[in-house]
Write a protein that binds this ligand. Sequence first.
Ligand SMILES: [Zn+2]
Length: 277
Amino acid sequence: MDVRRRDVTAALLVLGTLVAGSSSAYARSAKKLPAPAIRKLKPVAPKPKLIVLDPGHGGKDPGALGLRGTQEKNVVIRVARDLQQQLKVGGRYRVVLTRSGDTFIPLRERVARAEEAKADLFLSIHADSHPDPGVRGASVYTLSEEASDREAAALAARENASGLATLDLSRHSDTVAKTLVAMSQRGTGNASRRFADTIVETFGRSGVRLLPRSHREAGFAVLTSPDIPAALVELGYLSNRYDEKLLTVPQHQVALGRALRASVDAYFGAGSATRKA
Ligand SMILES: [Zn+2]
């Protein structure tokens, strides 16, 4: 018994030493825990949002034509470049343009580029024309199978015609229907409408003239990415002499860019407020 008790005592001592040793080793390793590793866990700056800007038309497709020969493709790329510069200030956004020069990019390709880039937001930028030269003002569009009105349907048909070389129009309404189902499952449609309304509000506040019923809906092929909130803005009518003149004035192009930057800020600002609530 004595022998066995001694053995047990010895064993306990050994165990005690081991535990003490390992705990002091633990203490040592705890002391050695690198402080930078802990700091790394703290959130730093939020990841910049990726904005894809889509200046309409380009290359062989000039888009709408003005009374004085202004081409839509040239006006919208200047506004897109100004907006790109303004969005980059402050590091809150990264910006990708679907075309950076005067090149023809099919509509499908524009959607594919935004998806490939995993965009957080997509804005297609256009300028329109109208048979009535008195019609003027900006308007904003989101995707819908049923157009909100005849003019929006006609506009979507005009803009979609830009992709005729590659877009199978017979399948187009199918694509829109499928996209809308996917969008409603993922909340993309609501986000798109919220973004469009934000642009209308910001334009209103910034003194940008708006078309009556400024936010409309139709089946725009370029807005058919199911995961990316998207809107299309028509900056004005090149068929109206006042709008045409304004759209070619650099200060007005910069002002439009500033209003669109404020819209993007408001969209993401409101988005994070909703998530916090
Ligand atoms: Zn256009």
